[in-house]
Design a protein around this ligand. Structure first.
Ligand code: F0G
Length: 415
């Protein structure tokens, strides 16, 4: 199907240019990743900001769609940017902000991309949406498929996937398929099958339309900082689509004359699943897959990142870096963010805070730092230990009064 006027898809490897979507949304010459490119001149700030539109569709000036296209939207985006005043001292970062993507319709940043890729699939008359996923992509895709009135099939690894995400996919009516293997196995199986299946459309982030939606995080951060670009954007990296998308968003703000500055992108991976960190610190553009990726942060338990090449470009072009953190550091950072700031995230989303524990104090003193909290904590409840049986049980009002009096005198009620 023809791409919107003024836009093409370009292969990041061989440079081939497409005016229609190739099958499977990958380069039909070399199988490389595609990127949406807008031709044309500068935009003013008012061309992009302050426009009406459902969810991220208010940024239509930089989305590859003709003006008359009706989006499949759940009013995604417009998530809060919260100044993290309580933990900034601990982290040694004075000017720290958390972009709370867990407040999206299905509780993760994936909704920004899914509204765009699903809208595109509906234009093409697709009947089944399909993805491989560590959980959030499937929850999001299933919701947008329900909204669009088409079927959803999700392929998940046989290892542990956060139950909350499977509950979501089930509620939205998706068909769940398990692959005897990892996320990487699931994705490569899907990509090897999908292009031969008429009526199906793949919704993983190799689909360049996904990244077009996800780049709007950059636009919102810029807007919420009072039309100012942060110094650092810190985010978890798994399949590597999001870091590529957010970097593209900031680059477009500059390319079309809205800003001059660019942020430095800081990716964070789990120790046991860090193929991009290894390549980056080796100074190599070849990513060696991690065979058995392992981390408590199941969302980023990925050893063969599909968008690894785009992510390395984002890291190098932005003069950024990629750090690794342990599961213990992730768990401690998750607790810090929820107990001190009231922001409850899933394990992967705490990785940036864990990284700042390490490097926060070494950044420039007045650096403006934005951490992207990618997913809601309620999705991944089994990684938090609770002990309901061990909590006090009262039988009547006097028992309650007694207990509360004791709590007050023991100063157990935290200030
Ligand atoms: N944070 C969360 C909560 C995620 O769900 C993911 C990816 C990431 C970070 C990493 O983003 O892949 O763009 O580098 N989840 C995917 C999924 C892989 O299937 O839901 P990325």
């Amino acid at each position: 199907m023809k791409i919107a006027a003024g836009w093409t898809l370009r292969c990041i490897d061989c440079g081939a240019v497409f005016e229609s979507d190739p099958p499977g949304y990958t380069c039909s010459r070399c199988s490389g990743l595609l990127e949406a490119v807008r031709e044309g001149g500068a935009l003013s700030r008012t061309d992009l900001f302050g426009k009406p539109g459902e969810g991220i569709w208010r940024f239509r000036a930089l989305l590859p769609f003709d003006a008359d296209v009706r989006p499949v939207s759940l009013d995604e985006g417009r998530t809060p940017l919260i100044r993290a005043v309580n933990i900034s001292k601990t982290l040694g970062v004075r000017n720290l902000h958390v972009k709370n993507e867990g407040q999206n319709p299905t509780g993760s940043f994936k909704d920004r991309g899914m509204t765009v890729s699903v809208t595109r699939a509906m234009q093409a008359g697709v009947r089944v949406l399909i993805c491989a996923s560590t959980g959030n992509t499937s929850a999001s895709m299933s919701a947008y498929a329900a909204r669009a009135g088409v079927r959803a099939a999700i392929i998940v690894p046989s290892g542990k996937v956060a139950a909350g995400k499977m509950v979501q996919a089930t509620a939205y009516g998706a068909t769940i398929i398990r692959v005897d293997g990892s996320f990487d196995d699931a994705l490569s199986m899907l990509l090897g099958t999908i292009s031969g299946l008429p009526g199906f459309s793949g919704m993983n982030s190799v689909n360049p339309y996904r990244l077009e939606g996800q780049k709007t995080t950059a636009f919102e951060v810029y807007e919420q900082l009072g039309f100012s670009v942060p110094d650092y954007v810190v985010l978890p990296v798994g399949n590597a689509g999001n870091i590529s998308a957010i970097w593209k968003g900031f680059k477009e703000l500059r390319a079309f004359g809205i800003t001059e500055k660019l942020p430095r992108m800081v990716g964070v991976q789990a120790d046991g699943a860090s193929p991009i960190a290894s390549a980056f610190w080796r100074g190599s553009d070849v990513i060696t897959p991690v065979q058995n990726p392992n981390t408590i942060a199941s969302a980023i338990r990925i050893g063969r990142p599909a968008s690894g090449k785009k992510a390395l470009a984002a890291l190098n072009e932005s003069n950024g870096m990629v750090l690794t953190v342990t599961d213990e550091e992730i768990t401690a950072a998750r607790r810090l963010l929820s107990s001190k700031e009231g922001i409850f995230v899933e394990p992967a989303s705490a990785a940036p805070i864990a990284a700042l524990v390490e490097i926060g104090a070494r950044l420039e003193k007045d650096a403006v730092v934005v951490c992207v909290a990618t997913g809601n904590g309620l999705k991944d409840q089994e990684t938090i230990e609770i002990n309901i049986d061990g909590t006090p049980l009262v039988a009547d009002r006097s028992g309650l009064t007694d207990l509360l009096e004791r709590l007050a005198t023991q100063s157990l009620v935290r200030a």
